[in-house]
Design a protein around this ligand. Structure first.
Ligand SMILES: NC(=O)c1ccc[n+]([C@@H]2O[C@H](COP(=O)([O-])OP(=O)(O)OC[C@H]3O[C@@H](n4cnc5c(N)ncnc54)[C@H](O)[C@@H]3O)[C@@H](O)[C@H]2O)c1
Length: 385
């Protein structure tokens, strides 16, 4: 579908739904992308939606959007909106994305796509049928350190990849006394830690190593009940706190993926190792501007991991800061993602990960959940949406 842009300015009209953690992050990125990158289409902050209406109005004013509404259906139908940013809780993604696609709008959606694999499959199919462009917010893929790791692997610097290990841990549900919330329910959150954090790790594993063919997994809910916030008894926790999988990539590489939302002390530990025949690359998002590289081809006397601090030699870092080692942050990854989105919408590059690719990520996390429940190996490749 051809992009509808403002006839006068040529700018891309943005409709943003949600103004929480991710809503602000998207707004900051749309506001900064042109200043950082220059050579990208200009976004026009057209319409913002949140509930109730006075909150939407206040946030539109704060974020610099021209207009506001409390009705997301009005937003997706608005002729001034070319692309719809969906940053609402998981339970809304499916209906909002399908509504936007039906109105012929491009969609930029936060992860996970849906509450379950069926929803994600419907979203991917609808986008393909309508011919609209889509992007899912797997921002960690846009880190210059990760992009450099990908280049090192492609250039053969660690030889053939033979093994992958990944962890993604946080501690936002480590406290057994943390009150019950919608996050604990299948109906509102879908999966637990797999949908929140595990999918980010899978996005990295697929990016660096390739598709996963099959896996076995164990999942665990640490606290079956949590105290109700209003102090009246407890509510059931219906989804997993911890998941660990043994995976076999297509091509035979073995790997492990492990995730917990109850790992005290871990704040953003998206950590992984790629083992090669001639070296190894390791990374931990808590030190997001650093990559560790070991090359077996160096003289034995010099063996050891070296720390690569990202800088202008690792595009697009230099668009932000001309000095190496000064560091990018979380919101900068969204600026890179939004610049990619705007270029993609203008037809300058294919969007990645779009709904079709993100569906592959969701197949893996749902395969992990299924393997955890059944105790069996699950073929990811054969899972249909
Ligand atoms: N990519 C990442 O790194 C990342 C990080 C955090 C969260 N997320 C994802 O982003 C999504 C949102 O998470 P969050 O932490 O920003 O949540 P949040 O609770 O901070 O924000 C949600 C926003 O949606 C609004 N909202 C709720 N119902 C609405 C409705 N009917 N119409 C319009 N607005 C409505 C809320 O008022 C709020 O502003 C989740 O799907 C989450 O998985 C992604």
């Amino acid at each position: 579908m051809p992009l509808q842009t403002d006839r006068v300015s040529g700018a891309i009209g943005v409709g943003l739904i949600g103004t929480g953690f991710m809503g602000k992050c998207h707004a900051l990125a749309f506001g900064a992308a042109k200043a950082v990158f220059g050579d990208i289409p200009t976004p026009r902050l057209e319409l913002l939606c949140d509930v109730p209406a006075d909150k939407a109005r206040a946030m539109a004013d704060q974020f610099g959007f021209a207009r506001s509404t409390a009705d997301w259906r009005e937003l997706v139908a608005d002729p001034g909106v070319d692309v719809v940013s969906i940053t609402t809780p998981n339970k809304f993604h499916h209906q909002m994305a399908l509504g936007a696609i039906a109105a012929g709008k491009h969609v930029y959606c936060e992860k996970p796509m849906g509450l379950n694999l069926e929803q994600a499959g419907e979203m991917a199919e609808a986008a393909e049928t309508a011919g609209v462009k889509t992007l899912v917010g797997y921002n960690y893929l846009k880190n210059p350190a990760v992009l450099h790791a990908k280049r090192l692997i492609a250039d053969g610097r660690i030889g053939r990849v033979v093994h992958f290990r990944g962890i993604v841990d946080e501690d936002y549900m480590a406290d057994p006394d943390l009150p019950w919330s919608w996050r604990c329910t299948r109906a509102e959150a879908g999966l637990g830690v797999l949908g929140d954090l595990g999918c980010h790790l899978v996005s990295i594993a697929l990016d660096l190593v390739g598709p996963i063919a099959e896996l076995s997994a164990e999942t665990q809910t640490l606290y079956a009940e949590r105290p109700k916030p209003e102090g009246s008894g407890t509510g059931p926790v219906e989804n997993e706190d911890i998941a660990t999988a043994l995976v076999r990539f297509e091509g035979g590489v073995l790997g492990t993926l492990s995730t917990s939302r109850a790992a005290w002390g871990r704040k953003a530990r998206l950590a992984w190792e790629v083992h090669g025949e001639r070296g190894q690359i390791t990374f931990d998002y808590e030190r997001m501007n650093e990559l560790q590289l070991f090359e077996a081809n160096a003289p034995a006397s010099d063996h050891g991991f070296k720390t690569i601090l990202t800088g202008p030699a690792h595009p697009p870092y230099g668009r932000f800061v001309p000095a190496a080692g000064h560091g990018l942050g979380f919101n900068d990854l969204k600026v890179i993602e939004v610049a990619h989105l705007l270029r993609g919408l203008a037809g300058d590059e294919p969007l990645y990960p779009d709904f079709a690719h993100a569906l592959k990520i969701e197949r893996v996390i749902h395969a992990m959940a299924e393997a955890g429940e059944t105790g069996r190996w699950v073929s990811v490749a054969q899972r249909q949406s």
